[in-house]
Design a protein around this ligand. Structure first.
Ligand SMILES: [Zn+2]
Length: 335
């Protein structure tokens, strides 16, 4: 029987905190589960869902592994992933909900275009109160997981607010978010908050090695990801680290006058990975800025950082991608 992947040490800490709150009877209806992307909010929520949905929990409250709910959880882990993401990133490896009392609300395909939507729409949010208004099918708790909450369409937040104002015992709404600033204050103030934080470096390195990564590679990726093990893992497993090295090479060539901004911009715009490249570019600036004391140099770096982020924002508009990227690169040219 296939099971959920195990929790990493930092996810385990958040899990134990949540369980402690549950045991003390303070775990509320709606919880904001907060942390940077790739830190493992979703896996954490899955583990917690398995626990609260279990029909005959063990003495310590953990899922029994043998009841009908636990069986449904395990069979779900073997299903094909259905979820799509607008950036084309791999979907969650353990598939959609075959559990009748567990609902996921995430990116879906636009039925007209067949392409992933870039936001969560109001029909999906209305579906949450519909779901929580039904009786539990297995007779236990009910859980709705929204991921990512920061992608909810602004007009749909009102519908979410209504759900938050009708708490019912045994019904849980877990809102996963990496950017709290994108949520209205009315939503934030009505939820309990649970945070997944970056672990200490030693722990992160050790975890990367248990994932099968070489120490030297793990260290490089962890430094590049500024201590974020989930991101480092994603970069090593995919080609994120190689992409970052390319970006660094291009930036250096621009600084030395060995490359033209327009040529680099066109190349970056060509393969659909411009957002990632600009993100790496901004991160490189941050790395250069650490320990810097010269005010003039600091200003240059601040401008480069802003320009990279501005260009990344422009990519989702109708501005031509190569022109948007060029704006970010002009500040890197040799003076
Ligand atoms: Zn069980």
């Amino acid at each position: 029987m296939s099971l959920l992947p195990p929790l990493s040490p930092w996810q385990q800490r958040a899990y134990e905190q949540a369980c402690g709150t549950m045991r003390a009877g303070y775990f509320g209806h709606a919880t904001l589960i907060v942390g940077p992307e790739h830190i493992g909010k979703r896996l954490f929520a899955e583990h917690l869902a398995r626990r609260v949905l279990c029909l005959s929990p063990l003495a310590d409250g953990e899922a029994c592994g043998t009841c009908k709910s636990c069986h449904l959880f395990a069979s779900r882990a073997q299903m094909e992933p259905l979820e799509v993401r607008p950036d084309g990133a791999p979907s969650h490896p353990w598939g959609h909900s075959a559990h009748p009392d567990l609902l996921f609300v995430g990116y879906e395909n636009n039925t007209k275009t067949g392409k992933p939507r870039s936001e969560l729409v109001i029909e999906q949010i209305r579906g949450i109160s519909d779901k929580l208004g039904l009786t539990s099918q297995l007779g236990g708790a009910q859980v709705v997981i929204v991921d990512p909450t920061d992608a909810i369409n602004w007009n749909a937040f009102n519908a979410l607010l209504k759900t938050l104002e009708e708490p019912q015992p045994g019904r849980y709404l877990w809102l996963l978010a990496s950017n709290l600033a994108r949520l209205p204050a009315t939503i934030r103030s009505r939820c309990q908050r649970l945070e997944l934080r970056l672990p200490p470096r030693d722990e992160a390195l050790q975890w990367l090695q248990t994932r099968g990564h070489q120490v030297s590679l793990a260290e490089e990726a962890l430094d590049a990801a500024r201590g974020h093990p989930g991101l480092a893992d994603a970069w090593i497993t995919g080609d994120g680290l190689a992409l970052r090295r390319d970006v660094q090479k291009d930036a250096q060539a621009l600084q030395r006058g060995q490359a033209e901004a327009l040529e680099v911009a066109q190349r970056w715009a060509a393969d659909g990975r411009a957002p990632e490249r600009l993100r790496h570019l901004a991160e490189l600036v941050l790395q250069q800025a650490s320990g810097l004391t010269d005010a003039g140099a600091a200003r240059t770096l601040a401008e480069r950082f802003d320009a990279a982020n501005r260009a990344r924002g422009l990519l989702s508009t109708t501005v031509r991608a190569d022109l948007a990227i060029m704006e970010a690169l002009l500040g890197w040219r040799a003076k």
